[in-house]
Design a protein around this ligand. Sequence first.
Ligand SMILES: [Zn+2]
Length: 695
Amino acid sequence: MIFFLSCFAEQSLEKLEKEKEDRFSIHHLNDVVLITIDTLRADRVGAYGDKLAHTPNIDLLAEQGALFRDAYAVTPLTLPSHASILTGLLPKNHQLRDNAGFALNPEITTLAEILSAAGYQTAAFVSAYVLHPSWGLDQGFSHYPDLFHPADVSQVSAFGEAEVPGADVVNRAIEWWNNTKGPRFLWLHLYEPHTPWDPPSGWKGDPYRGEVAEADLLLKRLLKAVNKNALIVLTSDHGEGLWTEGEREHGILLNEAVTRVPLIVRPPEGLSGNEHRSPKQRNEDVVRPIGVDEDLNLDTVLDQPKAARIVDSYVSGIDIAPTIAEYVGVELEADGRSLKSLIEGAEKEEFVFSETLVPWFHYGWHPLRMLHNSQMKLVRGAKDVWRGADESQQVRVSEQIEFFFGELPTAPGPLEPHIEAALTELGYLTTSVSVELEDAPDPRDKKEVLLEIQRIEQLEAMEAIPLLEDLWSKEPHLISVAIDLSLRHAELGHLKKALDVSEELLLTQPHQPTALLNAGLLCLALKDLDRSLEHAERLISLNPLDPRGYRLKTAVFVEREDPQSVLIWGKKGIEVAPNDPNLHYLVALAFLFEEDASQGLKYLGKARTLGSRATDLSLWEGVAYERLNQIDRAKEAYNEASKLMVSDLRPWVMSGLMLAKAGRCDEAKPLLINAAKRGGGRAPALQKALQLCTK
Ligand SMILES: [Zn+2]
């Protein structure tokens, strides 16, 4: 008996030692999964009380975790809101104040960097171009694939629209998860509920809810793949207006519809409990224009959450990173606070801040700021709208809101000083905003204009153009109206008119990245190469990490038939966007032009692996192999090209000539005869090849 006991004691001592060791080894750290479903309103999730929602997987997560009843996005904009989620910082501190024209400063510390330093394997899979690695959110992620095809994102309109199908993103995430040893930090971003609301076929009813249901279904396999020990955080970057205060989507206004988001935290092993709240009415002023979005069900949803634990305190997107950091046991300096104690049962209310500068940057309207808790609320624009605060509280809230907002930026940036100087010399204004703040109208007083803009968005180009022209002449600060007008002209093939609009806009908005790209592409199409180059350079200086400037610049040098410059700028572009097939393709052609066939071949191969859609890729591979004297491989490549370039005789003729030169006339003749029959009989190369073979 004594023997047995001492053995037992020894064993448990050993076990204790082992446990102590494990606790300090990284293998003991829990996996972390952060899921952001873009544009998801809290009141469109079943666990928050929506009877029309079909979100069984999110609801199941809530059954095992804490549901935050009043969680708010820092801003109703994808890029800055995600920056706050991933850093724990207010926009004034991470400095991303809009989707376009900003990128995260490398000096800012992200949660991914901290976790990576703590030994985590880190990966992000995002489905919207707004979160492309070029804008800096990839900091700290060792895997952040660029899943966007350049052909899809080189268009001006692509910025907010380009998306990768959610299923694709989820598959990649699961594959990474299964092939990676822990501890793992995974960030998955789904874009389904964002416009266009295009639910899967078979969905009946409200199309927005259909997209939410689709996102929920996509999560099913991922949540199954993730183990019980993982910490799972599910949230959104902002909500959706759905015509609240007259806003269809999000970005311009600040209210509950666009800022209140779901936040569900399932700690490792989950929580037990079963809490619910009695139904609460949340009033929203919904005005839907007649004949628009009639298939959306906009009836108010009662707030009646159900979860293992419900937290009533007001919380913010900036609290997410500190919460994850505390669970993992690492330090993170942040503006937000950890919510761990709230998840474990405490309640502690803080003021929650949100802002939007879209009215300021895109419409010449006053920016909006919002500060609230369960007792009081201020929404500040050109005017203040209060709820529940007495006079002395108003002073305090007023000070707080200014502190959280920081300084008002006048332009996206940063801009290199020499470009700024050159612009000033050319008579450009150096701020992007041409309105004085004191004169800027309050967006809430521009409801009629807002409704008109949104009505025009639904019209065909022919109908929309005169209305946009009219609106722009009446309201010259409506940048987004001018950009839309230019795009609508281009849609009808009126490139000159489109360019005129864009150039006129750039006179007052020289730093507007969308207008710059648009003008640059239009100049390229109209063969005004000098001007196109100028726009490309300004785009690059605005954000040296934005690959679009390099693409445009490289394309200009292709048009100029300047292979040296194509090489220089194409390679610079590849440094910024290493997965861009078009840049690889262009650099390959420049190498071939410069008689460096093996480099050309290398870049063509890379373009192919990266999914290039260039139809003449095989033809150029043939040329490269021919120059390297690898006749058989060249023949194969030309043969491949002839299948892809059906109406083009070059593959036949080039292959025939090559074989004739090599004295392989038996193989050359059928190709040449075929080319001649198809109408290429007079081509000098074909004549020459035939001569070689008839000697
Ligand atoms: Zn978003």
